[in-house]
Design a protein around this ligand. Structure first.
Ligand code: HEC
Length: 193
């Protein structure tokens, strides 16, 4: 019985792929002089850029590109509606649109009635959505679906291109519902309700 267990374990081990060099213990033939701490490799600029995705309320971090709600609508219907509803009314994913009161005992928080910054849309969609295939939209497509979600919330018109210059200037309806925010905002920000 014990023998069977050991040989089964042995067979299992034989099928394991060889450990990558970075985690393999040093071979007996390697001298101390060639041993280095095996802690990975320096992150080059391209690698850092892939992970450095934060977008700030003043627009820092937004890439070039643009898109309007009318361009975003077909992308949204194909990639987002199955989880968020065709009008952002909700489904397996959260409710994205609606301006219901936040004073209800169980308020339905949406982008339109809750989020203080429009720039968060670009950040969030770029890093996390569509949830079943994140990081598959181009920057233009992300601007376009962001514009469409804003349009569904009656915050931008259908054909206005949204881009790095104007997304930070959109004043979200619930901006003043937050206290103690110290985010830097662009000067000359205009209400766009
Ligand atoms: C497979 C389902 C699915 C798809 C497809 C999907 N989402 Fe989501 N989405 C979710 C879920 C689930 C959450 C909630 C995640 C959480 O709270 O951690 C979410 C959250 C969000 C939020 C934040 C909502 C909030 O108020 O916190 C936004 C904005 C959003 N999705 C936009 C999109 C957009 C735009 C697309 C299409 C490009 C998309 N989603 C596609 C499932 C999905």
């Amino acid at each position: 019985m014990l023998l069977a267990a050991v040989s089964a374990a042995g067979a299992h081990c034989a099928q394991q792929p060889a450990a990558p060099a970075s985690v393999r213990p040093p071979a007996a033939s390697e001298s101390n002089a060639t041993l280095e701490p095996r802690l990975g490799h320096p992150a080059d600029e391209a690698l850092v850029a892939r992970w450095n995705l934060s977008v700030y309320p003043d627009g820092r971090g937004l890439p070039a590109g643009q898109g309007s709600a009318s361009e975003g609508r077909p992308i949204y219907l194909a990639r987002c509606a199955k989880c968020h509803g065709t009008e952002g009314e909700g489904g397996p994913g959260g409710t994205l649109a609606g301006r219901g009161a936040l004073t209800d005992p169980e308020p339905d928080q949406t982008v339109g009635n809750y989020w203080p910054y429009a720039t968060t849309l670009f950040d969030y969609i770029r890093r996390a959505m569509p949830m079943d295939a994140p990081a598959t939209l181009s920057n233009d497509e992300i601007y376009a679906v962001s514009a469409y979600v804003l349009y569904l919330n009656r915050i931008v018109p259908l054909d206005a291109p949204v881009n790095a210059a104007n997304l930070p200037r959109i004043r979200m309806p619930n901006r003043d519902g937050f206290i103690g925010i110290d985010a830097q905002l662009p000067s000359g920000e205009e209400p766009q309700r």
